[in-house]
Write a protein that binds this ligand. Structure first.
Ligand code: SF4
Ligand code: FES
Length: 359
């Protein structure tokens, strides 16, 4: 008997470009950035959106890099709206002018997620490597809410700014956000490269958690606060991407279909291209998406654990980066024989003069 097909992905993350005017030291793009000349063209992206709608995808997140660096973003948003896909733009906001905002609204955008590097201007602009960014972001937030769109403000926190979580939440409130994301840095790619400089102390983490918990009570019913904690202090891992090949599909600028943004770090795995293979085929039948889907691939420790369908064994890319084996139990799990690598990384972290940022 044939195995049943998986549920379709709920959301497609369209990484339109790796180009970006900012240079954050925790950038989620791969270390080996794809060039502008390799990016898919407008027709490729539209064809992909058609296929996504046809297989039952509900949401498309236009991301990057900076999606506004693509001249055809308005066109792509319009196409998504015509297909009745819910569209979200994930942006740094520094390119969101009045004219672009008006065009996006006319095209039918549903939501904007705006990133801030800090609540404090000087620190934000050092972290993002872009002088004048904070003022542009404030103006972008005002444009988004004036247009009547729901705004999510996103703050990535780490050792250098974690003490200002209360100010970040206050800034998110002042900007009339409907949702505020306080997300500790995730340590893949650039974040892993700069981990020693970015990992917060246990005291910083505990303080940030207390501030978030109090704000959640105070803002209940008015503003939603999402909070992502660093795996390095966790007892159990997160369900990375909601489980490999279960809910999300990432498309790189050149059209590679990936189960997560760091998947290309897995050695010896060929990720199919949406330029050559249909999205349905990739999702339902490609080896890359089947590789860690479900529970059959799991080591005994996970396969016999009652959390196996809660965290899906954690993160494959983190398991690879920290143990050398993508099929190992995520070392963020206290039960993993490799859990001590997390504590060692915390011990090694400390203030650093420099970090490496994308050029
Ligand atoms: Fe999750 Fe595996 Fe740890 Fe169980 S043993 S909590 S399934 S990572
Ligand atoms: Fe790849 Fe978690 S980032 S599985």
């Amino acid at each position: 008997m044939k195995a049943p097909l998986p549920q379709p992905p709920m959301a497609l993350l369209a990484e339109l470009t790796h180009r970006c005017p900012l240079k954050c030291p925790y950038c989620s793009n791969p270390l080996d950035l794809e060039r502008a000349s390799a990016e898919m063209n407008t027709d490729d992206w539209k064809r992909l959106l058609d296929q996504a709608a046809a297989i039952g995808v509900l949401q498309v997140h236009f991301s990057g890099g900076e999606p506004l660096a693509r001249r055809d973003l308005v066109d792509l948003v319009r196409h998504a709206a015509q297909l009745e896909l819910y569209s979200n733009i994930i942006t740094s906001g520094v390119m969101l002018t009045d004219k672009v905002m008006a065009a996006l609204v006319e095209a039918g955008v549903d939501h904007v997620q705006l990133s801030f590097q800090d609540s404090e201007t000087a620190s934000a602009e050092i972290i993002g490597g872009y002088a004048g960014a904070q003022e542009k972001k404030m103006a972008a937030a005002a444009r988004i809410t004036a247009a009547g769109l729901p705004l999510t403000t996103n703050f990535v926190i780490h050792r250098l700014n974690a003490d200002r979580v209360a100010d970040m939440i206050a800034l998110g409130e002042r900007l009339a956000s409907s949702r505020i994301e306080i997300a500790h840095t995730q340590y893949y790619g650039w974040g892993l490269l700069n981990r020693s400089a970015l990992l917060p102390t246990r005291e910083q983490l505990d303080h940030a958690t207390k501030v978030v918990e109090a704000a959640r009570i105070r803002l209940k019913g008015a503003v939603t606060i999402d909070y992502v904690v660093p795996d390095y202090y966790a007892a159990r891992p997160k369900a990375c991407m909601g489980g490999w090949g279960r809910r999300f599909i990432n498309i790189s600028p050149s059209g590679k279909a990936l189960p997560c943004h760091a998947a290309e770090t897995l050695p010896g795995v060929t990720f199919p291209s949406v330029r050559e293979t249909s999205l349905a085929d990739i999702w339902n039948h490609s080896e890359a998406f089947k590789m860690f889907r479900g529970t059959d691939w799991m080591p005994d420790l996970c396969r016999t654990c009652d959390r196996r369908e809660i965290d899906w064994g954690g993160c494959r890319c983190q398991a690879l980066a920290l143990t050398g084996d993508a099929a190992a139990t995520d070392p963020a799990c206290e039960l993993s024989p490799d859990h001590a690598v997390m504590a060692r990384a915390v011990e090694d972290a400390g203030p650093q003069a420099n970090w490496k940022a994308r050029a």
